[in-house]
Design a protein around this ligand. Structure first.
Ligand code: M6R
Length: 601
């Protein structure tokens, strides 16, 4: 994923820019670059690591008080130096340079217009249109700050941008919509101040903890004389400066090989932190979700969950819980679909957004769309307190997973599930569908979750063994039933995202309706099989896989393990995992019984 750093100071900012990029490396990238102002505009770009960029900057003896920097994850145009940011636009003595995260949706129309105006394009990126557009406004006589305001009025899509202009050597400007950008306020003395921009706080911890989160539509100017912000309507805007609580330790790798491993092992602690407010309670209360929650929940007749990716999977799990335990009808929609769909707004709907970052453009737009069509009760379940989603929601519950550095979501997902389960209990209590005794029992199971998860993590060795067998595979199927079907979906997403192995998830009962045709000895089939009310049904599905010679990888409770090992035919890869003292999620597996279609196929 892309990253941005910008800096203006009385000192050389090149090491700050490079260190900022290094701290954003965890987000993944394929190329990197910096542009600096030191009398002239200079640029260094490199395909590959930030360390390569650093070496090239050192060779060039790059030194400057002003600059912008970027790590790119290719979206428009392949991975090459010409497509790496910063992008330049230079003509008639005006020279600007731009870095950009996000996607400009109207880039083709803008490109056609700019070509007609005589601009030449040297990259395949959508970002280059921003550089030329900005150039055209500076060339028409506007200062860089005003030119940026004019430029973003013409852009459609999601973006965070930073830019410099050779004619304003102590200025960096930026803007954001749908993609994060924050301002960092550095030290100041009689000679002036230093100020920064970044797409992520972690890039700035090296120079400051004092940050202001820009809002959608904001345009910002930073200089050695301070900073200025205007909102989407061009009015001066005040964004509070807050002290970032992000600790340097929380973003260190420590004993782990990579961040995803670290964050998988942080799950028990993250869940315990998230549950802190209910640790000693024998009952949960609506107040956990905000002062207005009692009133909002009392009038709620339906729930609409909006999210993307992993967070959407958390929403899909919650639907099973909320309908079965709290008795509330729930729809779960992919935010990028919902925002563009003509949907029917059911009165008395509570809109729940689920997001790790709270800055996902589609989720934010989906929430705004819901508000526009009259759904005003909103609850955000989010990991970032200062995020746009939290700010825009009436109610909130913060997951306390800590920074999720790995791009693949892990502890954010399990803490989201934890909060969604707490919500289920609150709503079930309020609707008198849960006795005090049952609530106490479920709460006890919820509190046992961190310990149960620690047991599961002891299976790392067995899972590593499986991973070796998986490595040469091209495809995989994931199966689950009931509440574990979305878990299977999440598993398939993780495998695709991290290993580039093609994976699909199916509700196990669907296997015989088509996908079984894919199963043969080369197709690993991963099954999520805790011992719940659907386990016998699931075992029939496993027989179907075995009959076709498929290789099974089954995640089961230990008691199921013993039984299954006795019945395991040669060729099955075996069964692993899980804590006999099952956690709340498994214990609350709420799906019931057989479908009428069993036996066909
Ligand atoms: O920050 P969000 O939870 O809103 O992000 C939504 C998705 O992009 C995210 O969950 C993504 O699917 C995961 N990082 C994948 O592991």
């Amino acid at each position: 994923m892309c990253g941005i750093v910008g800096a203006v100071a009385q000192r050389n900012v090149v090491p700050i820019l490079i260190e900022g990029l290094r701290r954003l490396e965890y987000r993944g990238y394929d190329s990197a670059g910096i542009a600096i102002l030191n009398g002239a505009m200079e640029r260094v770009r490199s395909v590959g690591r930030v360390s390569d960029l650093e070496a090239r900057a050192r060779e060039m003896r790059a030194i400057a008080p002003t600059g912008i920097a970027h790590t790119r994850w290719a979206t428009h145009g392949g991975v090459s130096e010409k497509n790496a940011h910063p992008h330049f636009s230079s003509r008639d003595g005006v020279e600007v340079s731009v870095v950009h995260n996000g996607i400009i949706e109207n880039h083709e129309a803008l490109r056609a217009r700019l070509l007609e105006a005589g601009y030449q394009f040297v990259s395949d990126t959508d970002t280059e249109v921003i550089a030329h557009l900005l150039h055209s406004h500076v060339a028409s006589g506007l200062k860089l700050f005003e030119a940026m305001q004019q430029t973003v009025r013409e852009l459609a899509g999601a973006y965070a941008i930073a830019a410099i202009h050779v004619g304003e050597p102590h200025t960096v400007v930026g803007s954001r919509r749908g993609s994060p950008l924050l301002l960092g306020v550095g030290q100041s003395n009689a000679e002036g101040s230093e100020n920064f921009l970044a797409s992520d706080t972690s890039a700035l911890l090296q120079v400051t903890r004092r940050v202001a989160y820009l809002e959608d539509g904001d345009v910002v100017r930073i200089g050695t004389d301070g900073y200025a912000i205007v909102d989407r309507d061009g009015r001066p805007a005040h964004r509070p400066i807050v002290e970032s609580q992000l600790s340097a330790d929380s973003i260190e790798l420590g004993q782990y090989q990579h961040y995803m491993q670290k964050e998988i092992f942080e799950q028990p602690g993250a869940i315990a932190n998230t549950l802190e407010m209910v640790t000693n309670a024998s009952s949960v209360s609506a107040g956990l979700f905000g002062a207005e929650a009692e009133e909002v929940f009392a009038r709620t007749k339906h729930i609409l969950i909006l999210a993307c990716g992993t967070s959407w999977h958390a929403g899909l799990v919650a639907k099973y819980w909320l309908e079965a335990i709290a008795g509330i009808p729930v729809s779960v929609e992919i935010a990028s679909e919902y925002r563009y769909r003509d949907s029917v707004a059911l009165p008395k709907t509570l809109v729940i957004t689920v997001s790790q970052s709270g800055e996902t453009a589609d989720t934010l737009a989906a929430l705004q769309h819901a508000t526009t069509i009259g759904l005003r009760d909103s609850l955000s379940i989010c990991n970032v307190p200062e995020s746009a989603l939290v700010r825009q929601s009436r109610l909130r519950f913060l997951t306390r997973a800590g920074p999720e550095i790995g791009v693949a979501s892990t502890k954010a997902f399990t803490t989201q599930l934890t909060v969604l389960f707490v919500l289920t209990l609150v709503l079930a209590r309020q609707r008198r569908r849960l006795s005090a005794a049952r609530e106490k029992e479920l709460l006890a199971q919820l509190r046992h979750l961190p310990a149960a998860m620690n047991h599961v993590l002891e299976c790392e060795g067995a899972v590593r063994h499986w991973a070796n067998r998986f490595a040469p595979k091209q495809h995989a199927l994931f199966l689950g039933r009931g509440v574990h079907y979305p878990i299977a979906q999440e598993g398939a997403l993780k495998l695709k995202e991290i290993t580039y192995i093609h994976a699909e998830a199916y509700a196990a009962g669907e296997l015989k309706h088509g996908p079984l045709a894919l199963v043969d000895r080369d197709m690993p089939v991963v099954v999520v099989a805790p011992n719940d009310s659907l386990i016998e049904k699931l075992k029939s599905n496993l027989q179907e896989v075995r009959a076709r010679g498929g290789e099974l990888f089954v995640f089961a409770d230990r008691d199921t393990l013993i039984e299954d090992q006795h019945h395991q035919p040669r060729g099955s890869r075996g069964v692993a995992v899980a804590d006999p003292a099952r956690g709340a999620a498994a214990a609350a597996g709420v799906s019931r019984g057989a479908g009428a279609r069993d036996g066909c196929g």
